[in-house]
Design a protein around this ligand. Structure first.
Ligand SMILES: Nc1ncnc2c1ncn2[C@@H]1O[C@H](COP(=O)(O)OP(=O)(O)OP(=O)(O)O)[C@@H](O)[C@H]1O
Ligand SMILES: [Mg+2]
Length: 247
């Protein structure tokens, strides 16, 4: 995998662009206002993540993990605070610059896979390449290669719904890698899988981190997986409760 793309937005880089810090979350808060009332989902989160780190985000249900991950990935905006990716102040970008950054730098993996069932596995994996204007030949070649690498090359023509949970999650991982992102965000990627399959999916992510130096931020409820990451960040009531560095 090539790593040049993560510098594609260096023109807008801020002070920390030259360090190995790939992401900084500064005093991020998130308030949800709805008819049912006001929820303080994040109450001032500070996190900094180095290139190539594999970080687990752990915490009780409702503590703000998905909210944090969505903000880190620029899928949602914070109520206050800043997020820097490669030194770029993400929420100071225009909507189209933000979309470009998200598409090139970040890959998403979700608990429920979020695959499109009316089309094939191959087309699902190709999708981020369509959004980034990759040529159709290259797109196809790359999608086939990723499926091969992830051990499901023979499933390219299937509909996702006809695959097992573990196979569907591999498709989602392949899709997340389509644009060769520097950062992979995974929200309970093993949550719907049995223990053995979950471990296989985890090992794939671990391999991306150690062998390809992808930065991976993974929400998990599984303490064993959290301990197998480089660092575990524990969230409670919208705050960082503690951080544990693992060996
Ligand atoms: N769109 C929304 N509107 C209103 N409240 C929301 C919204 N999204 C999340 N919340 C609230 O914010 C808080 C944090 O939710 P979040 O989904 O981040 O929790 P979580 O840690 O991911 O939980 P889980 O482990 O169950 O996935 C919860 O109280 C939730 O009800
Ligand atoms: Mg969640």
């Amino acid at each position: 995998m090539d790593t040049t793309k993560e510098h594609a937005l260096d023109k807008k880089a801020g002070p920390s662009a030259q360090t190995a810090i790939v992401m900084e979350v500064n005093n991020v808060t998130k308030v949800f206002d709805s008819a049912a009332g006001r929820v303080l989902a994040l109450r001032g989160i500070n996190i900094s993540i180095r290139k190539g780190e594999f970080v687990a985000i752990v915490g009780p249900s409702g503590s703000g993990k998905s909210t944090l991950l969505n903000i880190i990935g620029a899928l949602d905006k914070p109520s206050s605070g800043r997020v820097y990716i490669n030194g770029i102040d993400v929420f100071a970008l225009s909507d189209s610059e933000m979309a470009t950054m998200r598409n090139h730098l970040i890959g998403f993996i979700f608990q429920s896979y979020n695959l499109i069932n009316r089309t094939t596995v191959l087309k699902n994996v190709e999708l981020p390449g369509v959004l980034s204007d990759m040529g159709s030949d290259e797109r196809r070649r790359r999608a086939e290669k990723l499926l091969e690498v992830l051990g499901i090359g023979d499933k390219a023509g299937f509909k996702p719904v006809n695959l097992s949970g573990g196979q569907q999650q591999r498709v989602a991982i392949a899709r997340s890698l389509m644009n060769d992102p520097a950062i992979i965000l995974a929200d309970e990627p093993t949550g719907n899988l049995d223990t053995a399959t979950g471990k296989e999916v985890f090992d794939l992510l671990k391999m991306l981190s150690s062998k390809f130096r992808r930065t991976i931020i993974m929400v998990t409820h599984n303490p064993e997986l959290a301990e197998a990451c480089d660092r575990a960040i524990y969230i409670r009531d919208g705050r960082v409760e503690k951080e544990v560095i693992n060996n």
